[in-house]
Ligand binder design. Sequence first.
Ligand code: DMJ
Length: 577
Amino acid sequence: MARVRASSSSSSSRWRYLRPSYYLKRPKRLALVFISFVLLSLAFWDRVSLIRDHEAEVAKLSDELNQLKDKLRNLEQLEIADEVRSVSVEKSDIDAIDPIDKERREKVKEAMLHAWNSYEKYAWGQDELQPQSKSGINSFGGLGATLVDSLDTLYIMGLHDQFQKAKEWVANSLDFNKDYEASVFETTIRVVGGLLSAYDLSGDRVFLEKAKDIADRLLPAWNTPSGIPFNRINLAHGNPHNFGWTGGSSILADSGTEQLEFIALSQRTGDPKYQQKVENVITQLQKTYPDDGLLPIYINPHSGTPSHSTITFGAMGDSFYEYLLKAWIQGNKSESVKHYREMWEKSMEGLLSLVRKTTPSSFTYLCEKNGASLAHKMDELACFVPGMLALGSFGYGPEKAEKFLELSKELAWTCYNFYQSTPTKLAGENYFFSDGQDMNVGTSWNILRPETVESLMYLWRFTGNKTYQDWGWNIFQAFEKNSRIDSGYVGLRDVNTGVKDDMMQSFFLAETLKYLYLLFSPPSYISFDEWVFNTEAHPLRIVPQNNQTDGMKGSDGKAVPRPPVRFSGRKEGRWAQ
Ligand code: DMJ
């Protein structure tokens, strides 16, 4: 009993420190406890605020790091722009050597200014100018298509005030939130391509932000069972689908001409999602790629398989083949992009099977094909092929390179004659070939298309033969004579009569005038070693990769000779006129 009491009294003495009465009787201890409490609290709060300060400091540092990264990226881009500017200084030296080139280039620049000023005056911020009506029209949903398509042309031609004003518009007024069923293809090649090119040239991040905004709106178009995209999408609400007139099919060119822009966007934003979508398209097509590499123009977006339809290097097929080659070039011709080159080479074997010659003048042309039957018809649109062949020929060994370069020259001659054979010296939209008659215009309009001058620019650069410059100059003069009016440039309803239409297509400023300007510039200006042109003539900087191959390499990985750029006399060459 005594033990129980003793233990209970010892435990109650242990708890006495918790009773306030204990301290009230002992003021010194109370003071001691109070001081200890204050000191401990201070130490605790000090630690907490230290951690808070530390976290704030870390956040600040990481902000600064991000800003520095941005600046570094901008600096790299500015270096790019500086390089471009320094090329233009070198260029002026070369101008001094060839006054004809200089004079021609100035004339083309003046034409660009005329087109641009007319657009600025009558259609500013709208998609395209109708020069006869002196009004704008929103043919692409109101995305400022002509303005965006022209940015890099203005920059390349050194029209910096105009470029600055256009940039302000992009920064302050370009709005993609439009309830509009946009073509994924047209929006990509003109708007995404135009913005990315302006970014690569100027280093201004506003262009990259805008490119990302519009690409994000297009991206759901690739959410199909096969990954082959739908070709239309509402920019504000999504809801991708195909054009009604294709019977639900996706179009080959519309579905396979986004690789350059979306890969470039992933490279520049560090976000792989754009690249993944467009690369998957090629992976899908590769699974059933035919031996001759020729795909019909309609593909089922659900199964990913081609439907029975026309095979062509003209409308609806064209730029699919162009991008196989250019994606390989954009990827530094490295192992990871080898399949693009392999597919392209297959397609070029197929292309050879479509080559025929006219009688009596032996013009080389490309047929179209439907099942087993050939149509002896060629679109002016297919006149990008000579340029593509010249560009791609140097990935082959010497024999094949020679063969394809020769074919490129022959086709360019035919395309030039599409122009020369009409009373206005401007080409019709397509041509038919029949025995004994060489070529006849089919659809006879001309809408200021660029493909032939594009190819002439490539051939001038790869052969150094000034004859191609002369051909381009003749075409330019025909545009000046027939298409120029006080309020811009118009197409022709009929190249035989010269009757004018009322539309200045945005690609006239993006492509036709740019390629003409480069045709009279040295090949080092926006050189093929550093830039790859999208199908709307927007140059995209080739980003070097770690696994980059050094110099030109063939699909077999072996080094191939660099393009032999030879500068020859003005009238030299097989086709000197
Ligand atoms: C341009 O929009 C592009 O070059 C496209 O690939 C084909 N058609 C026009 C110009 O003719």
